[in-house]
Design a binder for this molecule. Structure first.
Ligand code: GLA
Length: 383
């Protein structure tokens, strides 16, 4: 990938720049909990984005996407926003650095490519934002702390890409460490690395290669539902509840008549899911992978039936995992397509993959893609 990027950089801009990389992520458990102030349990993976970057002595950014064979050029003012959606990620990162910190940026040239599949729920967009946030901090000597780098990526999504996402993806992409998952408290941003080497098991993603339309608006609607429920709970005499993290099932029952059935189901899922992350962390301390797996299936059920962010293809993959005796399986990431994450005993692995590929292809006309998970480092400069 490096050679591919460099040959384009040289052809378009001449000479060479510095390489920066960042990663996509998996999440063991804790889905749609981040924007509710709950816990998540992600890790960076060995797939991500790589960019070659160099100052160009102008006040313009010139950036080339090698994978899309597309070029964009823009300045740093709000009205300079490029129209290509991929370029808005880079523009948004620049704008957020300027707006949030008052820093002055100068023009640069960049060429980039990635190997994290787009739209698969593995956070290709966070990988792109983190690569540029990390790189610009380094190139301009801005000394931005890592939390702020993650927030710059998150607000890029909010303000330039139309997704009101939480902090998980950008956090994992910036803070990721090889061999460790990260338990993150999304309210306080306290985090802890958990070395993750489940002996006798493998983690594997099955990518359905489907991405349903309107995923971002459905995502934003889920977030809005959670906010409605918080407002109802506050109005019912619990003013200290600022996020669903602060609520419990008793409070939720107390407002049942004042919220829609749909919002009730959404909040029920979130309250249960926040607890599941803590249960999984406890189970991991005891190497109790059976409990970890059981919680993953519970998450799938909640995401499918209560939060309603699964789809036929992902439910199908989850059913096959169950039939094969796979320890844990669930839809990963925001949902509406993308992957399942599966915790599989070594001895079942080949049989599971073979059956999943064959039966999925018979039903949907194409095989799922198979990605064994390698937990890797997050944002970095490539020396
Ligand atoms: C997307 C968002 C994250 C998070 C997950 C669901 O990946 O970007 O912030 O909400 O969905 O857990």
């Amino acid at each position: 990938m490096k050679e591919r990027i460099h040959s384009q950089f040289e052809k378009r801009f001449g000479g060479s720049g510095t390489f920066y990389a960042s990663a996509g992520r998996i999440n063991l458990i804790g889905e749609h909990t981040d924007y509710n102030g709950g816990f998540v349990f992600p890790g960076a993976i060995d797939k991500g984005m790589l960019a070659e970057i160099r100052l160009n002595g102008t006040d313009k950014v010139r950036v080339y996407s090698v994978d899309l064979d597309d070029y964009a050029e823009f300045g740093f003012a709000e009205e300079d926003a490029p129209s290509a959606s991929w370029a808005r990620y880079v523009f948004g990162v620049c704008r957020e650095i300027i707006k949030r910190r008052g820093d002055v940026l100068k023009g640069f040239d960049a060429a980039f490519a990635g190997d994290v599949p787009l739209g698969a729920g593995m956070s290709s967009s966070a990988a792109l934002e983190s690569t540029f946030a990390f790189a610009l901090d380094d190139i301009f000597g801005l000394c931005i702390d890592k939390f702020e780098l993650a927030r710059i990526g998150q607000s890029t999504e909010h303000n330039y890409c139309g997704v009101n996402c939480g902090i998980m993806d950008q956090f994992a992409s910036i803070f990721g460490k090889a061999g460790s998952l990260i338990r993150l408290d999304c309210r306080s941003l306290e985090y802890k690395y958990y070395p993750f080497h489940p002996e006798g098991y493998r983690l594997v993603l099955l990518d359905s290669v489907v991405k349903h339309e309107l995923a971002s608006s459905a995502y934003n609607q889920r977030r809005a539902s959670c906010e409605h429920v918080v407002a109802a709970i506050q109005a019912a005499g619990y003013p200290s509840v600022k996020l669903l993290r602060d609520a419990d099932m008793e409070m939720l029952s107390a407002v049942r008549g004042r919220i829609s059935d749909e919002d009730y189901m959404r909040a029920e899922y979130v309250i249960e899911e926040i607890q599941r992350v803590l249960d999984v962390c406890d189970a991991l301390e005891r190497d109790d992978y059976e409990t970890v797996g059981k919680k993953m299936y519970e998450t799938h059920h909640g995401m499918s039936k209560l939060y309603e962010v699964s789809c036929e293809e992902l439910d199908f993959l989850n059913d096959i995992a169950r039939e094969c005796g796979v320890t844990g399986s669930r839809v990963m990431g925001g949902g509406f397509g993308g992957c399942t994450i599966n915790l599989v005993k070594d001895e079942l692995y080949d049989m599971f993959i073979e059956k999943a590929c064959r039966e999925f292809a018979a039903r949907f006309g194409h095989e799922p893609k198979v990605y064994p998970v390698v937990i890797s480092d997050g944002a970095r400069k490539i020396e």
